[in-house]
Each structure stands twice: as C-alpha cells, then as structure tokens.
Design a binder for this molecule. Structure first.
Ligand code: GLN
Length: 186
C-alpha cells in the first residue's frame, strides 16, 4: 500500500485523507519534518498560503519540504499549488520547486467561488474553485492538464509534481487522487 503524507498544518487536509483512503492508499498526517520519512508522496492541501508559510517556518518544515518535493511526487491543491510555485505574482515564492507562475485570488473573493466542469484527458470533471489561484504561465518542462473554457490554466504537471487551482478533495470523483497515486508507480 502506498503511504501518502498530507500536510496537516492548516486547511482541508482531512478531506484529502478521506479521498486517499477511498482510493486505496494509506494517508499520513505531516506536521513535523520527521513525518516525511518513508512517504511515497505528499499532498499540500488548500487553505491560506500565508498561514501555511508561517506554520512551515515555525515547525522547521521549509527545507525538508523543499528537499522532499524535489525528489518525490508532491501535489499542491489551491494554496498548496501556491506553495509549490517558482513564482507568485507580487510576492516572494515559498517552496519554489515547480516551474509555474501563479496569481493568488485570481477569481475574486470568497463570494466569487464557483463550481465548473473541466475537460481532463477527454473526461468531464467537476471542479470546485475557492479563492483560487490561476496558473498564469508554465515553464518548458511543464504539461498543462486542464484549462477553463477561456483558456486559463488550472491544472499542470511537471514530472513528479502536480498543481491544481481547484479542490479535487471536495467532490466525490476520485480521478485526480488516482492520477496522483499512478504518478507514484507501484
Ligand atoms: N486564497 C488562498 C491563498 O491565496 C488559497 C485558497 C484555497 O486554498 N482555497 O492562499
């Protein structure tokens, strides 16, 4: 069974744990650097990226997370994607490991949250956006997985790194969690 860490400092880590368990993986809460040892992959959940950053600094997680994400499958959803990005418009990057540029709160305030249907690998997928970041641009080695109808990028993969603007843990479809588990191999 695959052991997948879920960064459990803040945000909706519990929903990711449930989705992972429903997908047949073992979910492990990560709060301290030594919790990363032996994991096959890691999810950084949505929440508030500035708060996540403060807590990562407080618990000495920045460098351990950077080292982990450089070598091991890591998926950031919403605020998690912001944590992974090499560039955040208007501010300093956090982990800076994935070659994407993001713009925080690109769709407006909480009240402008929305649900839409995306096309991912030819399949329809319902996606929840909550004060979501937009992936403004991606580097050469990054594959765009999905765009909104107007062409804006909302999911991307760079080798073992995955970033989604939306929250696959909030809908019953396990497609994205399965995709992440498939990135890990057997
Ligand atoms: N707006 C949040 C941020 O900028 C992200 C929101 C989310 O993760 N749902 O960090």
């Amino acid at each position: 069974m695959k052991h997948i860490g879920v960064l459990a400092l803040q945000g909706d880590f519990a929903e990711h744990k449930t989705a992972l368990e429903r997908s047949g993986a073992q979910a492990v809460e990560v709060r301290l650097p030594h919790h990363l040892i032996g994991l096959d992959g890691l999810i950084i959940p949505g929440g508030e990226s500035t708060t996540l950053r403060k807590l990562m600094d407080m618990y000495g997680l920045m460098q351990p997370l950077r080292d982990f994400a450089q070598t091991t499958p890591t998926w950031g959803t919403c605020a998690g994607a912001i944590m992974l990005a090499r560039e955040i418009i208007g501010q300093e990057a956090h982990l800076g490991v994935m070659d994407i540029t993001v713009q925080r709160n690109a769709f407006g305030r909480q009240i402008n949250s929305f649900v839409t249907t995306l096309d991912i690998d030819g399949e329809r997928y319902e996606a929840v956006f909550i004060r979501a970041p937009l992936i403004v641009s991606v580097g050469n080695g990054v594959e765009v997985l999905s765009r909104l109808e107007d062409g804006r990028i909302v999911a991307a993969q760079q080798g073992h790194l995955l970033a989604t603007s939306f929250h696959p843990e909030l809908t019953p479809d396990l497609g994205f969690h399965r995709r992440f588990l498939n990135m890990i191999g057997s």
